[in-house]
Design a protein around this ligand. Structure first.
Ligand code: UDP
Length: 195
């Protein structure tokens, strides 16, 4: 996948469906881990003011264009991107593939009652995927029990809803300890799934 730099943030030059297929073929099938950041204009601006956050974006395997603002900016800069690839659409696409192919997922983030409801609604909508674990997003970062649990459970996908920039920091801080899994920050998506 080629990349297009916008204000120093390297975006993948791909459509949503191409990107989903790429992740399945190159990471899920090969049990090769990956980290994905879906970056909206707020994230791009923040990265340009905070070099440690910019480093996290450079360290992620993939950064996608989360919203029409990024697609428009790319066009203005003469390096067009085909379409937006948002966190919610990507999560839905991955859940749908996970359902078809009986893959496993882990959900990390949001308040306890939100994650419970999100988990139930996701399981109802996608009965064939396996939710191997979940945890609310209010925990002590110094204790690494959650990372250890995810390492043991080896889910195919780990959706992290801690809000920006926490979720990207958490994934970046922990990715080295995992042997497999596709890790993605999904912002307020669990609240949407909770209904
Ligand atoms: N969240 C969390 N832990 C925190 C802060 C936020 O799990 O320490 C969750 C919050 O409950 C919500 C999600 O992260 O489900 C998105 O939060 P917010 O709307 O603040 O983030 P943004 O929309 O700015 O990414």
């Amino acid at each position: 996948i080629s990349k297009v730099k916008i204000l120093d943030v390297p975006f993948v030059n791909t459509t949503l469906n191409e990107f989903i297929d790429h992740i399945l073929n190159e990471h899920i099938l090969k049990s090769k881990k990956a980290s994905i950041v879906t970056a909206n204009p707020e994230i791009v601006m923040h990265a340009n003011e905070d070099s440690s956050y910019m480093q996290i974006l450079h360290h992620a395997n993939y950064v996608t264009a989360d919203g029409i603002g990024i697609v428009k900016a790319a066009e203005k800069l003469g390096q067009p991107l085909p379409e937006r690839v948002t966190g919610y659409d990507l999560m839905k696409g991955f859940l749908s593939k996970a359902n078809q192919q009986k893959m496993s997922i882990y959900l990390l983030g949001a308040k306890d009652e939100v994650i419970q409801l999100a988990k139930e609604n996701i399981q109802k909508t996608y009965p064939n995927l396996e939710i191997v674990g979940y945890h609310n997003g209010y925990f002590n970062w110094e204790e690494n029990d959650i990372g250890e649990e995810i390492k043991q459970l080896k889910p195919d996908f780990v959706f992290v809803a801690l809000g920006f920039p926490r979720q990207e920091k958490w994934i970046n801080q922990h990715i080295d300890q995992f042997d497999k899994g596709v890790f993605m920050g999904v912002g307020g998506c669990f609240d949407v799934w909770a209904g």
